[in-house]
Ligand binder design. Structure first.
Ligand SMILES: [Cu+2]
Length: 412
């Protein structure tokens, strides 16, 4: 037992060093000390901010540790006589009650003021409904004027929430199944997503860019694969994004993609909606996730290719190199790159998008539960009354996958 001690100490020292080094990492997209919007700055800065409290707590900790160390060494048992016994010291006791009270008051007053500031949400110029699902986030935009841009049809998307930069956006957060928690560390604090309750949270990003986070309330098997992103675009690009989302559906002209449309209707449309898709007789194809899934919901796949990630923003729709480029782009270049998405870097008139991460999407269509565990026993549906949890393995052939990919690519 004792022989292991030095090795354990070395391991502990290494772990601490690891944490310290990790804390210094430049590429930390979820760094609470690099606020990128007014709400996160409110949390970070000024009296009552996290830096203020860390410093205050740090000073108290340093004093306490110093006094404890002093006493440990100074009064170490060296066989000396027992010191003279005393019974109470009113001055010391009163002092040591008042001092911590003063410290707590200097923390409490500014903190409470900040909490009230952060809770304000009537100053928002746009509203997005955010719904936690097992295990992805759904965003829907009601018809409204969003920061000066008219949204004329409801927009439903997943994974990435696109907002105009510089605008206060009110999120109305809820959940369909279990409790999740929404957190974009560089933009604001956390807000739990609770079924049956609407929790408001204000989001604002100063500059165009992508701000990521992950679900912070343990919510089941794939909790670790439930990520989220807020994408802030400049106003013109946001207007383009809205126009792209609202563009009317047209069936593909390409033969392979047209086969894909048929595949989609027969294999996917029972769970996934694509707005505007119709059967050959002109009737709308309506998804029916309530009849197929325990959660009663699957991501809306209209304009899937305008996103850069999928399945809880866990996998990339764009290649690693393109993601690096997008995520590190200067804010004045970010919006245009984001709108290009999978088509980033592709020469004009190209047939196939250079940045498309086909490997990941193929893998997903081949065997989704193999990439993201969604049910402990995916083949046993007796406990769920025949309903799936998450996207099942549909046993598609490679030829069917080719058609589906061609179809999804043709739809923005
Ligand atoms: Cu969750």
């Amino acid at each position: 037992m004792l022989a292991h001690l030095p090795r354990r100490r070395a391991a502990a020292a290494l772990a601490i060093l690891g944490f310290l080094v990790a804390g210094c990492a430049k590429n930390a997209p979820q760094d609470i000390f690099r606020p990128a919007g007014s709400n996160a700055r409110e949390i970070d800065d000024g009296l009552g901010g996290q830096k203020y409290i860390f410093i205050l707590a740090g000073v108290v900790a340093a004093i306490v540790i110093a006094v404890v160390l002093f006493i440990i060494f100074k009064f170490k048992d060296r066989g000396q006589d027992i010191p003279e016994q005393t019974h109470g010291n009113p001055m010391l006791e009163i002092g040591m009650t008042i001092l911590p009270a003063i410290i707590l008051i200097t923390v409490a007053i500014p903190t409470v003021a900040k909490i009230f500031n952060l809770a304000k949400s009537d100053d928002a110029a746009c509203v997005v409904n955010v719904t936690g699902q097992q295990w992805w986030w759904e965003y829907d935009y009601p018809v409204q004027n969003c920061g000066g841009i008219e949204i004329t049809q409801p927009i439903v998307t997943s994974g990435e929430m696109v907002i105009p930069a510089g605008v206060n956006v009110q999120l109305r957060i809820t959940s369909r199944d279990v409790i999740h928690s929404y957190w974009i560390p560089r933009l604001n604090g956390k807000r739990d997503a609770v079924p049956g309750s609407l929790q408001p949270l204000r989001m604002q990003a100063d500059q165009p860019g992508i701000y990521t986070g992950q679900c912070t309330e343990f919510c089941g098997l794939s909790h670790a694969r439930m990520r989220q992103a807020v994408v802030a675009l400049d106003s013109d690009s946001f207007a383009t994004w809205v126009a792209n989302q609202e563009e009317a559906y047209t069936s593909p002209t390409d033969a392979l993609a047209l086969e894909g449309e048929g595949q989609f209707i027969s294999q996917c449309a029972r769970c996934h909606q694509i707005n505007g898709l119709t059967n050959s007789d002109g009737t709308p194809v309506l998804a029916n996730p309530e009849q197929n899934l325990v959660s009663g919901a699957a991501p809306n796949l209209t304009n899937l290719m305008t996103r850069t990630g999928f399945a809880g923003f866990t996998f990339d729709l764009i290649t690693d190199a393109c993601r690096e480029k997008l995520w590190n782009a200067p804010s004045e270049e970010f919006s245009a790159l984001y709108l290009q998405g999978v088509w980033m870097d592709s020469p004009a008139g190209a047939e196939y998008p250079v940045c498309f991460n086909e490997t990941a999407l193929r893998e997903w269509l081949r065997n989704a539960p193999g990439m993201k565990p969604m049910f402990v026993d995916p083949n046993n549906l007796s406990s769920t009354g025949g309903l799936y949890r998450g996207m099942p393995n549909l046993g598609l052939t490679e030829a069917q996958i080719d058609q589906l990919i061609a179809y999804l690519l043709e739809r923005k």
